[in-house]
Design a protein around this ligand. Structure first.
Ligand code: DX5
Ligand code: ZN
Length: 216
């Protein structure tokens, strides 16, 4: 599957969001990864659907919303209406995950399920056929700029195999600590949607950073 680059605007300058999005899409990024944190599931608070609504008309990129919130079902509709294309929620906080995937699809979005580093693949096994993407967190969610947890490589490999055994083609997204070095490892393990915040936005040459992560 083609590698997709999803710069995380968590590391962007929020005062100039539209420009920061244009900068990475002009450099070839396909997705814009939007980290929504609620201050409860994770310590920080980032942004809400009104911000997504404001930036939507400025970009044609795929908006990849990563909900790091409790009660994701209460937020899905507002992000879909604001212009999200993909909505990913965490297995750890979803009491009726299958129903949430239906809710997301009924609003015309793709659905993703995310798991923290300490969450077993068993938490998503019964959902694989109902989602479009599985997000394997490669850091503990909550902050940009953390170190990649290398034991997640085996989890990505096992997930790839699980999908192949079930004859399912699904995107595998990774998020956290992805840079020119770790990107190769996760691509080799089977991930095809690569989120990167600091490695892209803190680089003086965004186009080269994106190429390196893509492995070109
Ligand atoms: C972490 C967020 C990530 C974060 C990644 O909780 O979900 O999307 O922005 O940042 P880097 O690439 O700097 O690890
Ligand atoms: Zn994220």
């Amino acid at each position: 599957m083609k590698t997709i680059i999803a710069p995380s605007i968590l590391s962007a300058d929020f005062a100039r969001l539209a420009d920061e999005i244009k900068k990475v899409t002009d450099a070839g990024a396909e997705y814009i990864h939007i980290d929504v944190m609620d201050g409860t599931f994770v310590p920080n608070i980032t942004l809400g659907s009104p911000v997504v609504k404001c930036i939507r008309p400025t970009s044609k990129a795929v908006f990849d919303v990563h909900l790091m919130t409790e009660h994701p079902e209460t937020h899905v509709e507002s992000f879909a209406k604001a212009g999200a294309d993909i909505i990913t929620f965490h297995a750890e906080v979803a009491r009726h995950a299958n129903r949430i995937t239906q809710q997301i699809h009924s609003l015309g979005c793709k659905a993703g399920i995310a798991i923290n580093p300490s969450t077993s693949l068993a938490a998503v096994e019964e959902l694989l056929e109902y989602v479009d993407m599985i997000l394997v967190m490669t850091v503990n969610p909550g902050f940009g700029g953390q170190k990649f947890i290398s034991s997640m490589l085996d989890k990505i490999r096992r997930l790839s195999k699980m999908l192949a055994d079930k004859n399912l083609q699904r995107d595998i997204e990774v998020d956290g600590g992805i840079n020119a070095e770790t990107s190769k490892l996760v691509r080799d393990a089977g991930a095809n949607v690569l989120v990167a915040g600091s490695a892209i936005y803190e680089s003086a040459d965004v186009a080269t950073a994106i190429k390196n992560i893509r492995g070109e």
